[in-house]
Design a protein. Structure first.
Length: 134
């Protein structure tokens, strides 16, 4: 009999992403080769942002980015110049899936789920299998 839990651990991870997601976990998965990302790019929130009142006699406020998260390599995209930063650029998925379609709206996202599951099955099937399978 096969030990499915051990087999699953050997295959790595897969994570679905979309614009509202931040970028920390996705960077860790992608940069460390722990799995693949499926969906859209993340929103590019890669820093520590703090806010203050704009002044003693003002109703305004301001925000300042105190730090920026970066990767150990340059990220090349069509939308932004090459940079190591997560801020604004975000994390791009390995498999692009668009859930903002008429078909997904009409069928409560079934097309997106079907495509995600199909990409997961494909990912699992192409992974090298190790061990005796017990």
């Amino acid at each position: 009999m096969r030990d499915g839990s051990r087999h699953a651990r050997q295959l790595g991870r897969k994570r679905g992403i979309d614009p509202p997601w931040l970028s920390g976990m996705e960077v860790a998965i992608q940069d460390n080769g722990r799995g693949i990302l499926v969906g859209w790019r993340t929103m590019g929130a890669g820093g520590n942002v703090v806010g203050w009142e704009a002044g003693s006699y003002s109703l305004g406020s301001m925000t300042v980015t105190e730090s920026l998260s970066s990767r150990d390599h340059l990220v090349h995209t069509k939308e932004y110049p090459a940079a190591p930063y997560i801020e604004n650029i975000g994390v791009y998925p390995d498999v692009w899936l668009d859930y903002m379609t008429r078909d997904n709206l009409a069928r409560s996202g079934q097309a997106f789920v079907d495509a995600f599951v199909a990409s997961m099955v494909n990912y699992i099937q192409i992974q090298p299998h190790s061990g005796s399978g017990q």
